[in-house]
Design a protein around this ligand. Structure first.
Ligand code: NAP
Length: 250
């Protein structure tokens, strides 16, 4: 018996066409899960990687800047893959500007996508998981679930909110067989951090602070995601697992 085995499980991953979502979707497939890929851009490439791992993939078009598609995302996963055991709330955006200049539009866009849609997807998936007495929810948090950051007020608010929400849902659902946890990635080389990577000064400062001495890659999140999606984590509830090359230990 391998407690990390996901054979026969169905996972739903949002924002899986690229970056961390793609890395997690592929890791879940390699551990045995079939994977529904929900997002606003086509995740054909990721679907190909899931199928290459011998698993089924379903593509679900959904713009999660509002909660309008949430019910359909869960229903489509159930209809196309026959179940829903794992939800990974990965889709997210960031907007950068000094706090004194920060616009309402940049506040709403980030909080709506990163926090509101995350909660209502947890709710929709959670209703199904509570009904079957079993489920795993993995939210993607951030270093800015612990720290303040700079020039990203709505992102910090949203990711701090994701950490709090993860703990609230764990409190309500742990006894119902649903584990709700989060992964807090450190500095991972993706589109989300392209501006930081391109800024020579920030890039150097970030690298100097990371004990591991390198940016993370999307594949670095795979092990933590499989752990939190599998029965290996059945007694882990409301935890925010940092995968950060030691950033928070510094
Ligand atoms: P990314 O490459 O920009 O990926 C973000 C994903 O979210 C993309 O698939 C994107 O789709 C999707 N998305 C954004 N808005 C959406 C919407 N309205 N509807 C549906 N999908 C939407 O960045 P990433 O770094 O992999 O980010 C993934 C998650 O990790 C985010 O929640 C981010 O905050 C978090 N995170 C990243 C880091 C890091 O260092 N990279 C650190 C901590 C946390 P499109 O391709 O269509 O934009």
């Amino acid at each position: 018996m391998n407690p990390f085995d996901l054979t026969g499980r169905v996972a739903l991953v949002t924002g899986a066409n690229t970056g961390i979502g793609q890395g997690i979707a592929v890791a879940l497939a390699e551990a045995g899960a079939d994977v529904a890929l929900a997002g606003r851009s086509s995740a054909e490439e990721t679907a190909g990687l899931v199928r290459a791992a011998g698993r089924r993939a379903a593509l679900i078009a959904a713009d999660l800047s509002t909660i309008a598609p949430v019910g359909d995302v869960v229903e489509s996963t159930l209809a196309e893959l026959g179940g829903l055991d794992i939800l990974v709330n990965n889709a997210g955006i960031i907007r950068r500007s000094d706090a004194v200049d920060f616009s309402e539009a940049d506040w709403d866009a980030v909080v709506d996508t990163n926090l509101k849609s995350v909660f209502f997807l947890c709710q929709a998936a959670g209703r199904h998981m509570i009904g079957q007495g079993r489920g795993k929810i993995v939210n993607i948090a951030s270093m800015l679930s612990f720290q303040g950051g700079i020039r990203v007020p709505s992102y910090t608010a949203s990711k701090s909110g994701v950490a709090g929400l993860t703990k609230l849902l764990a409190n309500e659902w742990a006894a119902k067989g649903v584990n709700v946890n989060a992964i807090a990635p450190g500095y991972i080389a993706t589109n989300n951090t392209a501006a930081l990577q391109a800024d020579a000064q920030r890039n150097r400062a970030i690298l100097e602070r990371i004990p591991a001495g390198r940016w993370g890659a999307p594949a670095d999140l795979g092990g933590a995601a499989v752990f939190l999606a599998s029965s290996a984590s059945d007694y882990v509830n409301g935890h925010i697992l940092a995968v950060d090359g030691g950033w928070l230990a510094r």
